[in-house]
Each structure stands twice: as structure tokens, then as C-alpha cells.
Design a protein around this ligand. Sequence first.
Ligand SMILES: Nc1ncnc2c1ncn2[C@@H]1O[C@H](COP(=O)(O)OP(=O)(O)O)[C@@H](O)[C@H]1O
Ligand SMILES: O=C(O)C1=C[C@@H](OP(=O)(O)O)[C@@H](O)[C@H](O)C1
Ligand SMILES: [Mg+2]
Length: 172
Amino acid sequence: MRKIILLGYMGCGKSTIANKLSKNIGIPFVDLDIKIEEKVNLSINAIFEKHGEIFFRKLEHEVFIELLNSPERLIIGLGGGTPCYANNHELLKADNVVSIYLKASIETLFSRLSANKSKRPLIANKSDEEMKEFIAMHLFERSFYYNQAQYKVSVDDKTIDQVVLDIVSLLA
Ligand SMILES: Nc1ncnc2c1ncn2[C@@H]1O[C@H](COP(=O)(O)OP(=O)(O)O)[C@@H](O)[C@H]1O
Ligand SMILES: O=C(O)C1=C[C@@H](OP(=O)(O)O)[C@@H](O)[C@H](O)C1
Ligand SMILES: [Mg+2]
């Protein structure tokens, strides 16, 4: 069955928008990070701390494949790094996948992430100044993968409801 997949940098709103979109169009939603946490019974922070990023990326790939192969219609909110590892971006090209890049500027990402970094191990220990530079560089490196998405929705200066409506109209 068809999967609607939201991707984009940390803080662009994947988890929030997927949840709201699910209520709007009545298709169940799963957050890949939450599925990963449930599978190993550890938080994302604890997985990075205890087992390291490479272990996390393998797990992320496995759980992503399980979700893609599940028989239900689903909205899937990916993690920010999901399309950038293990050739996961190739999986976005499957016939039953609609992929949507939630595109945010460095400024939008910085303002959201500076208030929400503790559960994100890649940025948790960075100062504001370090974070701004990190986001700029990292977003540039990852854009190649994000741009493989079938659709792009800009999220800058839009409310959650506006972003959801933009997605609903492109799915219509
Ligand atoms: N369109 C929006 N306008 C304002 N805040 C938003 C919007 N979308 C998401 N947020 C906020 O940004 C933060 C990061 O959102 P989240 O859904 O966790 O992003 P992601 O899953 O892409 O990392 C949360 O505090 C969320 O409430
Ligand atoms: O960008 C990344 O590499 C990551 C993003 C996170 O998800 P969000 O994008 O939902 O924060 C989470 O998967 C992990 O901390 C790694
Ligand atoms: Mg998320």
C-alpha cells in the first residue's frame, strides 16, 4: 500500500506535520525515530551514547525497510539523516512511495533547533554559534539527498496547518 514519506533536516517539522496530516486525511502515521526507540527500548540519545551513530544508521535502515514493506497505508516521518545513509534515498523511488521534502531555511532551522536540541545527539552539545555553522554546512551536504524527493514544500513562515494544507493539495 501507498506510503507518504516526509523528509528534511532536523527541525523542519517532519514529526509534527506527519501527525497533523494523519488527523487531516485519516491515514495512520508512524515516526521512524519512535519505531527505532520502541524496537530497542532505548531513546535516540541512549542509542547514540551506548552504541554509536553507525549502529543507529543500521537500525534506522532496517526499521525503514520494515515500514516500507508493511501492508498498511502509512504516513512516515523520517529522521533528518534517513535519506542520506545506506542508500535509503533509492528506496524513496519505489512505485508505492510519495516522498515530500519539507524545505526550511537555515534561519528557520536554527530558531527551532536552538529551543529543541537536547533530544538530538548531533547538536545537543553545540553552542548557538557552533550550531548555526553546523546547520549551514550539514544542510548543504544533505541537500543532494533531500532533493531526490518527488515533491518539495517550503515551510518557512508557514503555520503547521498551512504546511498540512499545502501537502493535502499536492496529494489531491
Ligand atoms: N510550521 C511550523 N511552525 C512553527 N513551528 C513548527 C512548525 N513545524 C514544526 N514546528 C516546531 O518545530 C520543532 C521541531 O519540529 P519536529 O516536528 O520535531 O521536526 P523534525 O521531526 O523534522 O525534526 C517543534 O517544536 C515543532 O513544534
Ligand atoms: O538528522 C539526523 O541525522 C538525525 C535526526 C533525528 O530526527 P529528527 O530529524 O526528527 O530530529 C534523529 O533521527 C537522530 O537524532 C539523527
Ligand atoms: Mg522528528
